[in-house]
Design a protein around this ligand. Structure first.
Ligand SMILES: Nc1nc2c(ncn2[C@@H]2O[C@H](COP(=O)(O)OP(=O)(O)OP(=O)(O)O)[C@@H](O)[C@H]2O)c(=O)[nH]1
Ligand SMILES: [Mg+2]
Length: 600
């Protein structure tokens, strides 16, 4: 039997997982001598590269001596936490990374808890020891405390610790040691992670943990083989989560090595491979022996916590910038998304309206961003948390929130969060004049909080949160503290009028931006909405005097990214998303309609 180790790399966002995988690929000699590759090579899709974060977990394989090591890189952002849980079932050991300064963060807790509960063997990597602010000893203590709090077994608590600067390819077993290379990481993987259980001589059994799509071969299920052998062309049975059995045939068997995928003829227990040829394959399905199909335990798929409504764009500018604008097109696209993205769901909720649910705003934004790049135009409503009934009690999602703020600002942030029903759990000094404060807070209260928090901390604060649990609903919540500046006109914005409007609040648009009645062009500095005319030229001057124009000094508009705009809007507002623009608007465009609606 082949010698195999299966590991996942898990951590809080940005603690260096993908960078560490680069180093493992590099130092195992998996990259060919002349193979060109980018930094964070596993972050292969456009949005991952632009944002510098991992969105989808991805697997690779390396050779180390006579061992094959399958490595699954996972996303650290809380919105993609469901991926991590699924991946953990597929591996026998994990590398848990933790930043040598930031220490234990919300998503560190989340992934460690899941990993321990599944009985995996951890290797702790204290990463970024090259940072000036690094405090590896403190972070090691934090990890011991965390493992103890989360109920680690004695064996799990006795984890090896490796100190690393992944970006520099450096690792060592003791801070006092000379800097070494990743040899100690490879050795720990070989020595501390068990050989996969299961036998090639049993009947074939494998489970799909990720889906992929290829234009030529169709749907691909990436799976771990738990028992038996499989060959290209085999007839198999697909055991679905609901107990249904579906016959299938493996038309292609795909293996992994470094950044490459290749067709292979056969594979056996312990390995991670991909199957093509089964259009009905889903995450969690057991692909097994056709004559003796035995399903593996079903996979727990995280429930969505947040919903938005995608709708056909009905603004006065609809259809001018996108190529896919109809309800049918949007529906088809959402259907296609849901076939590979198990963490999201959608349902039709009205004429041209689709309720899309996911784990958080980033997950929803990534879908919207992909769609606009593909030429779609659509509206998105304000995110709402999913309320669910547990034993007759209405419950809503709660989050674990950690903020790092300059000490003198702690008080004001605590006060702000108090109004949002946050409960403070702990506070500790972090050095360099910062303090770390932890809270438990309804997820609802975090919608729209980030912008406020950045303003309150002059951009110096850092906030991180991840899903905690559903708890009894906490009642009414304070809403946005500022109103909107709403255009009364259709046309184009004019510098002269923007100049006059800008002291009423913060503008989101610049001169020549196309506007329409009911479009929101900025934030009012007071709590009520204000209707304004952004297209009014200077009274008498059809003839422009250049002297007068020069006198107009406009403050640069606030750049409203998709996330920021999504966080900002209220129930009676919408985002209009097109390939070229993100506009904010009132659902009802005329003042009369809005008045009528508010009276209802
Ligand atoms: N100083 C320092 N920076 C590092 C080190 N390792 C990674 N980084 C940087 O940390 C940032 C995040 O690295 P990634 O590898 O993308 O982190 P990640 O854990 O994969 O992030 P997600 O997948 O989004 O959760 C990048 O800017 C890296 O260059 C290190 O050892 N030292
Ligand atoms: Mg990553």
């Amino acid at each position: 039997m082949q010698k195999i180790r299966n590991i996942a790399v898990i951590a809080h966002v940005d603690h260096g997982k993908t960078t560490l995988v680069d180093g493992l690929l590099e130092q195992s000699g998996t990259f060919g001598d002349h193979e060109q590759h980018d930094e964070r090579a596993m972050d292969s899709n456009d949005i991952e590269r632009e944002r510098g974060i991992t969105i989808l977990s991805k697997n690779t394989a390396i050779k180390y001596g006579d061992h094959k090591i399958n490595i699954i890189d996972t996303p650290g952002h809380a919105d993609f936490g469901g991926e991590v849980e699924r991946v953990l079932k597929m591996v026998d050991g994990v590398l848990v990374l933790v930043d040598a300064y930031e220490g234990v963060m919300p998503q560190t807790k989340f992934v460690v808890k899941k990993m321990l509960a599944l009985g995996k063997k951890p290797i702790v990597v204290i990463n970024k020891i090259d940072k000036d602010s690094a405090e590896p000893d403190r972070v090691v203590d934090e990890m011991f405390d965390l493992f103890a709090d989360m109920g680690a077994t004695d064996d799990q608590q006795d984890f090896p610790i490796i100190y690393a600067a992944a970006r520099n390819g450096i690792a060592k077993m003791d801070m006092e040691d000379e800097d070494g290379d990743f040899k100690c990481i490879f050795e720990a993987i070989i020595n501390d992670v068990p050989q996969p259980e299961g036998s090639p001589d049993n009947d074939f059994q494998s489970q799909v943990f990720t889906l992929d799509y290829d234009n030529y071969v169709g749907k691909i299920g990436i799976s771990r083989i738990f028992n038996g052998r499989v060959s290209k062309g085999d007839n198999v049975m697909l055991a679905k989560a609901d107990g249904e059995m579906v016959k299938g045939r493996i038309t292609k068997l795909i293996g992994f090595h470094g950044l490459n995928r290749m067709e292979i003829e056969k594979a056996e227990a312990g390995d991670i491979v991909a199957f093509a040829g089964m259009e009905t394959v889903d995450v969690g399905d057991t692909v097994c022996d056709a004559a003796n199909p035995v399903a593996l335990d079903p996979m727990h798929i995280e429930e969505p916590t947040l919903t938005v409504v995608f709708s056909v764009n009905d603004s006065p500018l609809a259809g001018q910038e996108g190529t896919h604008v109809t309800s049918n097109k949007i529906r088809e696209r959402l259907e296609a998304e849901m076939t590979t993205n198990v963490a999201m769901k959608f349902e039709v909720v009205g004429e041209g309206k689709f309720k899309v649910s996911g784990r958080g705003e980033l997950q929803i934004t990534v879908l919207a961003e992909n769609m606009r790049r593909e030429g779609f135009e659509f509206g998105i409503s304000r995110p709402e948390v999913i309320v669910k009934e547990i034993e007759g009690v209405k419950c809503e999602p709660y989050e674990h929130l950690v903020i790092d703020v300059p000490e003198d600002l702690g008080g004001s942030v605590i006060e702000r969060l108090g109004k949002r029903k946050a409960e403070m759990k702990s506070m500790m000094p972090m050095g360099q004049g910062f303090q770390r404060i932890e809270f438990e807070i309804p997820a609802r209260a975090l919608i729209g909080f980030r912008g406020q928090f950045l303003t309150d901390t002059k951009g110096e604060g850092v906030m991180n949160h991840s899903f905690l649990e559903f708890r009894p609903a906490s009642g009414a919540m304070e809403s946005r503290s500022y109103g909107a500046l709403i255009s009364t006109e259709n046309g184009e914005a004019v510098a002269y009028s923007l100049f006059n409007i800008q002291n009423r609040g913060t503008l989101y648009i610049k001169p020549q931006t196309k506007i329409y009645e009911g479009m929101i062009i900025g934030e009012h500095s007071k709590d009520n909405d204000l209707s304004v005319n952004p297209s009014k030229g200077k009274a008498q001057s059809n003839v422009r005097s250049s002297g007068a124009d020069e006198a107009i000094k406009l403050i640069p508009p606030r750049d409203m990214s998709l996330e920021r705009a999504l966080e900002w809007i209220e129930d009676d507002e919408l985002l209009e998303v097109t390939p070229e623009n993100i506009r904010i608007r009132k659902k009802f465009l005329t003042e009369n309609e809005r008045k009528r609606a508010s009276r209802k």
